[in-house]
Design a protein around this ligand. Sequence first.
Ligand code: NIG
Ligand code: FE
Length: 405
Amino acid sequence: MPAFPTPKQLWRDVRVFDGLTQLDEPMNLLVEGERIAGLWPVREFDEAFAQGAACAGRGGVMTPGLVDCHTHLVYAGNRAGEFEQRLEGASYEEIARAGGGILSSVRATRAASEDELIAASLPRLDALLADGVTTVEIKSGYGLTLADELKMLRVARRLGQLRPVRVITTLLGAHALPPEYAGRADDYVALVCDVMIPAAAAEGLADAVDVFCEGIGFSPAQCERIFQAAQAHGLALKAHAEQLSNLGGSALAARYGALSADHIEYLDEAGVRAMAEAGTVAVLLPGAFHVLRETQLPPIELLRQYGVPMAVASDANPGTSPICLPTLMANLACTLFRLTPREALSGMTAQAARALGRPDLGRIEVGSPADLCLWDVQSPAELAYAVQAGRLRQRIFNGELVHAR
Ligand code: NIG
Ligand code: FE
């Protein structure tokens, strides 16, 4: 016997959504230390397995901890004024071209210290955690100088030390052209490739590199240079692509073996095929679709036909998705994009984990890390059907009960 036996916790009689599907029968689930150690139908359970296990819960629906695989959680200020401008008729692109939009958050974020960014971002992170998130991806992209991009990434990493959550960070230096580079976009791309990516990689501050491939962002040729630089530094790739128009960014990302192409409202069949061939995950962002009152739907039926994995994320950001309620995203994915509740929940667990290059997460399987949520609902579908905060009874992170109600 080791001096400190690994603690064992048993959940009895739970309905399980395992990240891909809902299991037919009520289950008992055993966690040992940081891992899921056993999963049995209640009627087959042998009490000998429970020897020494503390009963941690009974009843309810157990899902993997939610994985929010696309957020811009770290920023200063807000853009409520632009929300009002859009209601008066201005478009997102018009506001961006007039120096607002992303650049307005850049001004506020550059002016903020690390501590101020932590203080601004923690309430948003806490809202995600209270609705079941155990892994969150956080992008930079409101700094757009070496120092400010690294500042954002450091803040993202620190958030992961301040709260029980896995934080995956993404360098999004190519989010917008900063004003000091007006008319010199290629020079800015060179800064991203030759300075930001090497520095973020050397300091271990970024897990991946993202680009905004769009008329108001960066061209496919510029994005390609950034992908090459990221690959040379061993960083994974992601792309904001086909959000407002079709530039072929998703197919480009797929050709470079990107983990995901995100937004993709304007994606065509060639792009879908390229993603299917590369195993690139389609990250659907119904919050941005909803807030921008977009009408072009992502090609869900084609994605299904080609077997492209679909993830769903909050895109939490001050411009297009100021929303920090992940279960609302499941609801919007169903109501706006016609995903089934099963697809939406899988999109926020197993598929989202794949979009982060972490297929070990987002699953309830023997051997997986014990990141789990116990919900006070009767079926997993209710999580997508009803919009209601406060249904999370327990959040388990790495085998530890970190939220209990
Ligand atoms: O994912 N599309 C680009 N980036 C963000 C919006 C950022 C912003 O408006 O601040 C998005 O929608
Ligand atoms: Fe985004």
